[in-house]
Design a binder for this molecule. Structure first.
Ligand code: 6R9
Length: 648
């Protein structure tokens, strides 16, 4: 089947675009047939302190897995983001900061940013931070966060950004796992007029750190709110910056030296620290940013993600800054002070490229078109979507209402692990289909396999794998290389397994159908069912819990929890509320259960494995599609669950 509704490349877009259809075909072909030559050429898009002579050295062979790109080159990320632009665009705005409060905005030039970064790099050095140390960053969406991240790269430290919405418990376990002995935070964050107690959370997180290895906490003043102070450990960012020199020699990094780590959820166990290295990542992030967003010099580019997620790393910070772009950094949320905010920000800063998430679009859509009243968004040229499958209805609304029917939408599929976008249209080269991420980027070879790992040809649906390495790929799970190999390369030998399912249509376009493992995608945020379950069962009244996702109009997926209480505990509405609060405290607000259902028993196989497939169907109200339940240890459990679901 070819999907009928196609939005062809328009002549206006084609005229302006960096890559047309023929160029895409030719470049893609070269990138697959001769990757060394292709990436040797495109590897030059970043500045090397010592040029590479080797390009691709990778094997997905399970027993000899190795991923190295540009392995003998040396470079520094902050130099690529800042120093190399000083001569040509020192006074150009690097970052437009748009605060939570619409009256709070400012522009930061490349020169100013360079100064701040060098100063903070010297501060880090003065605090004893060396190449290879892990610096934990727990900060709001402010300019200082970009400064801190880039300063880490200047001295060769590995930053580990923890999303400001995570709880003290989640932060604490990431600090410990990363063996980090320094945390950078702010007094409080600001979101939708509310204060987020970041420093307080850090204090609580470190109280639980029984190793007491965190020697330094640096606190940026954002709100000026009162915070507790631990003498000898806590220091004010502003005080440290006052006397710091703005002269800091960058640390030459090998292409394969770590750049950052970022925790993400998997289907089992604790979140894993995804490790990215320097050379390949910067080449890939900047190249995808330029071509996929059809970025031209002078464009104003706005990605609404948070630094706490990979999109914030690759497409607010590194990709845009390596390209010398003007990147907008937004502290707030799309519906504060009201739902016209997104349109207002676009008009105010004359944004040309807008990159956001389906959940934000659906939330605006639910407000009705009037949320764009009073704004014209005529500066927009390209729209982007990321984080979860975009339903065709939301796609069309985004296209018609936000983009005035004139802007191509690039639906970009990728993952924390991939470092940059792997499947996406290119504005001048790809005809669009609402809901399809379409075609692979240069150097990327997607394929579909069935459960046995047999490659599927032509029109098909199956598990999405990638057949060969690309420069932005993660290199390991911090501290656990074995888990890296097991998680991504053991399911299908010789292939990278994405954890996603996909369909390929008769034109060869890919349609991502969502996770095929036990990972939830709630408002574009990744969460492991295992994490939510382990938070739930840590409550003293809970005996057992099973978590599944269910279709949710705004969030994409909502969190549905089946809970079995300890003998003698009363299943009350108060207890449900308490359990919701409990999970928020353990993980953070993004993990708040949407529905809790009391369960006297859970459907398990005779070997004791919970059959989530059945729980998913019950949560989705699809009782007629339960499939085979005869292998259950106690099939009557299913009827009980359905009855109690219906009687609610
Ligand atoms: C970048 C990012 C990755 C998971 C991924 C997939 C889902 C992301 C998507 C998409 C359909 C898209 N996902 N983009 N699904 N269409 N355009 O989101 O990274 O937080 O690691 O999540 O998100 O399921 O596997 P991450």
């Amino acid at each position: 089947m070819t999907d009928k509704q196609v939005y062809p490349v328009t002549p206006e877009v084609a005229k302006h675009a960096l890559i047309n259809k023929d160029q895409y075909q030719a470049m893609y072909k070269q990138s697959i047939e001769n990757p060394d030559q292709f990436w040797a050429e495109h590897g030059k898009r970043v500045d090397w302190i010592k040029p590479f002579t080797k390009v691709k050295n990778t094997t997905y062979d399970y027993n000899a897995l190795s991923i190295k790109w540009f392995e003998d080159g040396e470079l520094n990320a902050s130099v690529n983001c800042l120093d190399r632009h000083l001569e040509s665009r020192g006074d150009q705005t690097a970052i437009i900061f748009e605060g939570d409060d619409p009256s709070d905005s400012r522009n930061v030039s490349y020169r100013e940013l360079h100064d701040q970064v060098c100063k903070f790099a010297n501060v880090l050095k003065s605090q004893g931070v060396k190449k290879g140390d892990v610096v934990t960053i727990y900060m709001p969406m402010i300019v200082e966060t970009a400064v801190v991240m880039l300063a880490c790269t200047r001295v060769g430290a590995i930053h580990s950004v923890v999303f400001g919405g995570f709880s003290p418990e989640a932060l604490g376990s990431r600090v410990v796992n990363g063996k980090s002995n320094i945390v950078i935070t702010a007094d409080e964050g600001l979101r939708a007029g509310r204060k987020i107690p970041l420093k307080k959370n850090v204090d609580a997180a470190l109280k639980n750190d029984d190793r007491h290895t965190v020697k330094t906490v640096i606190v940026v003043t954002r709100t000026g709110g009162d915070v507790a102070w631990t003498e000898g450990r806590d220091q004010r960012y502003e005080d440290l910056m006052t006397n710091a020199s703005a002269d800091c020699k960058p640390e030459p990094m090998n292409a394969e030296d770590p750049l950052f780590m970022l925790y993400t959820s998997g289907s089992t166990g604790e979140p894993k620290g995804v490790l990215h290295t320097t050379g390949g990542y910067l080449v890939y992030a900047s190249m995808t940013h330029q071509y996929i967003f059809d970025y031209h010099d002078g464009d104003v580019y706005w990605c609404t993600a948070d630094f706490g997620w990979v999109t914030g790393h690759s497409y607010i910070l590194y990709g845009p800054l390596v390209n010398g772009a003007t990147t907008l950094l937004f502290e707030g949320v799309p519906n504060y002070p009201d739902s016209s905010r997104m349109g207002q920000v676009v008009d105010k800063h004359q944004v040309n490229i807008l990159y956001t998430a389906p959940t934000a679009i659906r939330a605006l859509m639910a407000q009705g078109e009037s949320c764009m009243d009073g704004t014209n968004r005529s500066s927009l040229r390209i729209l982007g979507s990321v984080g979860e499958p975009i339903n065709p209805e939301a796609w069309k609304w985004y296209h018609r209402v936000i983009g005035n029917g004139e802007c191509p939408i690039v639906d970009t599929w990728w993952q924390t692990e991939t470092g940059g976008i792997l499947i996406s249209p290119l504005p001048g080269a790809t005809d669009l289909k609402p809901g399809s991420a379409t075609v692979p980027f240069f150097g990327v070879q997607p394929a579909l396999v069935d459960a046995e790992g047999t490659l599927l040809e032509g029109e098909a649906e199956g598990n999405l794998v990638i057949m060969d390495s690309w420069p932005g790929q993660m290199r390991t799970i911090y501290g656990d290389h074995e888990r890296f190999i097991q998680t991504y390369f053991s399911a299908y030998k010789g292939m990278y397994f994405t954890g996603d399912g996909a369909r390929r249509d008769a034109d060869g376009d890919y349609w991502i159908t969502g996770r095929v493992d036990d990972v939830l995608n709630v408002s574009g945020h990744r969460l492991g069912t295992a994490e939510v379950e382990s938070a739930m069962v840590s409550h003293p009244k809970v005996a057992e819990a099973a978590v599944v996702g269910y279709p949710h109009d705004i969030k994409g997926q909502g969190i549905y929890v089946y809970v079995t209480l300890m003998q003698g505990e009363e299943p009350t509405d108060e207890l449900k509320k308490e359990l919701v609060q409990w999970v928020r405290k353990e993980i953070g607000p993004i993990a708040s259960p949407d529905v809790i259902q009391w369960a006297t028993g859970l459907p398990k196989t005779r070997s004791g494995k919970i059959m989530r497939r059945i729980l998913r169907k019950i949560a989705a109200n699809e009782y007629d599609q339960l499939g085979d339940t005869s292998t259950l240890a106690d099939p009557s459990v299913v009827d009980d669950l359905i009855n109690s679901r219906q009687s609610k």
